[in-house]
Design a protein around this ligand. Structure first.
Ligand SMILES: Cc1cc2nc3c(=O)[nH]c(=O)nc-3n(C[C@H](O)[C@H](O)[C@H](O)COP(=O)(O)OP(=O)(O)OC[C@H]3O[C@@H](n4cnc5c(N)ncnc54)[C@H](O)[C@@H]3O)c2cc1C
Length: 484
């Protein structure tokens, strides 16, 4: 067996979370090994946020051009997928090559190892024949993979996940989207706007099941206006593929299309990580962490694998906490007898620690004001609790609602003005505990509501704020006025 090589930190999985942690710790002067089995950067730049938002930008340009007919004369739109595919290939992903990202990590002082890593006992990580002993800690940033439901026949068909959907060079004529969550709706609307005949099949009785029901209604109406057939409350029980088309069976119903995209959620694969070698339960759905992102002593986790929300902004937020805590841990180890010279290295690291805050200055993770945006058109932005969650928690709830269509800006905007503001107030405390902002700039308007929830700004203060005229965000004032 290979002799373990002693390093300061091993980061397993270099998605957005892991890459940030590994790069910042390396810059701070620690010896960091970053292990990635696929592409450095993970889902977000190659198959997630960035390519999907490039697709959405292009699809929205088509939709906006089509609105010329209602507002400014006439415009003929001829969709072409080729520039979108080219942009994703050339500008976003370098043809799904991570050389730039690997060089960036190495340039920050990290040591890159390509391969699949697993724990091999306390503080020890194995990657093939290589074994590393981490002096200060191990960080898991291993993310999630698409979770594919156990529908009869599905596993044997050439279905798409988000990978094939973002890599596609030529669009199919028709597409079945299994799953009406954020990713399913975003991609369904994009493809429909490029002329694909799209059907969304969702088992729950509405799309966007975790958002407000009003959000689901607006999103479904917008997609239907783009020609998407939305079937909610439909439980697929069998899938067949005859070589040229997929058929999705649900009781007596059957839906057929050239391609099938499965976007029914994501799953962490803890069983691969050797967690049993340190006494951590690998049967959990996600790697549970405390407020400093610690799994157990000397082991941290960051990003989707923690189950705190599958968003890049969560991974980055958690990364700052992990970085500060690992550096603090290393500083505390400074006094301990260590022949390797760690103490002087860590002393140098503390300059960088203060750049991100140390454990003393970085607050524990707090998800009360977690923002979420579904980038359909209109965008569905939300923060904190939705109404039914607030009621389930027994809060004394007040709701404020204001449609955008009848606001001054909505009326001016006309074509594409669908949306609303919904506020969820804890009446006893007099603060917002949640809010939804739906509209063409719903994700941007959301920021004001995030500040209000995060800062627990009293509703009485929000009521006496000056809201610029005529903006979409002025509807927040209307919703405050309408608080029940
Ligand atoms: C289509 C789509 C659109 C999205 N859009 C948005 C958006 O608009 N905004 C947003 O905030 N979020 C979005 N997300 C979510 C976002 O992509 C994720 O939250 C983010 O990528 C999570 O980062 P991560 O570092 O936790 O994990 P990942 O990005 O999943 O990276 C984990 C990495 O770990 C590697 N790995 C796993 N196990 C091992 C191992 N044992 N050894 C070595 N390497 C390993 C994997 O290969 C992977 O590269 C989207 C996701 C999808 C699929």
């Amino acid at each position: 067996m290979a002799e373990p090589e002693v390093v300061d930190v091993v980061v397993i999985g270099l998605g957005v979370g892991g890459e940030e942690v590994a790069g910042r710790l390396a810059e701070a002067g620690l010896s960091v090994v970053g292990v990635e089995r696929n592409l450095v950067g993970g889902e977000c730049p190659y198959w997630g946020c960035i390519p999907s938002k490039m697709m959405i930008r292009a699809a929205n340009a088509l939709a906006e051009a089509r609105r010329v007919n209602e507002l400014a004369g006439s415009a003929q739109v001829q969709p072409d997928w080729a520039p979108v595919a080219k942009r994703i290939r050339e500008e976003a992903t370098d043809s799904w090559d991570d050389k730039v990202a690997v060089d960036r990590f190495v340039g920050r002082g990290g040591r890159f190892v390509r391969g699949s890593a697993r724990l091999d006992g306390p503080g020890r990580v194995r990657v093939g024949d290589q074994v590393f002993q981490a002096r200060h800690g191990i960080v898991f940033g291993t993310g999630t993979r698409p979770s594919v439901p156990p529908i009869d026949g599905l596993a044997d068909t050439p279905y798409w996940t988000n990978h094939q959907a973002t890599e596609v060079a030529e669009l199919p004529e028709s597409l079945l989207v299994l799953g009406g969550g954020a990713i399913g709706l975003e991609l369904a609307q994009v493809f429909a706007r490029f002329g694909v005949q799209v059907t969304v099949v969702e088992a729950a009785d509405r799309v966007l099941a975790f958002e407000e029901p009003e959000s689901a209604e607006v999103a479904a109406a917008a997609l239907r206006a783009d020609g998407v057939d939305i079937r909610a409350g439909v439980k697929a029980d069998r899938v067949t593929h005859d070589g040229s088309a997929f058929t999705l069976h649900a009781g007596d119903d059957a839906f057929t299309a050239e391609q099938l995209l499965v976007v029914t959620g994501r799953r962490a694969h803890l069983e691969e990580l050797g967690l049993d070698t340190i006494g951590v339960d690998a049967a959990q759905r996600y790697l549970s962490v405390d407020g400093q992102m610690r799994v157990t002593d000397g082991v941290w986790a960051v990003g989707d694998v923690t189950g705190e929300g599958a968003f890049t902004h969560i991974a980055m937020y958690q990364a700052a906490i992990v970085i500060a805590d690992v550096l603090d841990h290393a500083r505390r180890a400074k006094g301990a007898p260590d022949a390797s010279g760690t103490a002087s290295m860590v002393g140098g690291a503390m300059g960088a620690a203060s750049a991100v805050g140390s454990a003393g200055t970085v607050p524990l993770a707090d998800y009360r004001a977690l923002p979420r945006v579904t980038f359909t058109d209109p965008e569905i932005g939300s923060v904190g609790l939705v109404e039914h969650q607030a009621r389930q928690r027994g809060l004394n709830v007040q709701i404020g609602f204001a449609p955008l269509t009848t606001s001054a800006r909505g009326w001016i905007h006309k074509a594409g003005n669908e949306g609303f503001i919904k506020l969820v107030v804890d009446a006893d405390k007099g603060v917002l505990v949640g809010a939804t902002s739906v509209g063409s700039a719903g994700g941007e308007v959301l920021s004001a509501l995030v500040v209000a929830v995060h800062g627990e700004v009293p509703v009485s203060r929000l009521r006496h704020m000056i809201y610029a005229y005529p903006t979409f965000h002025r509807a927040i004032e209307d919703a405050l006025r309408n608080l029940s």
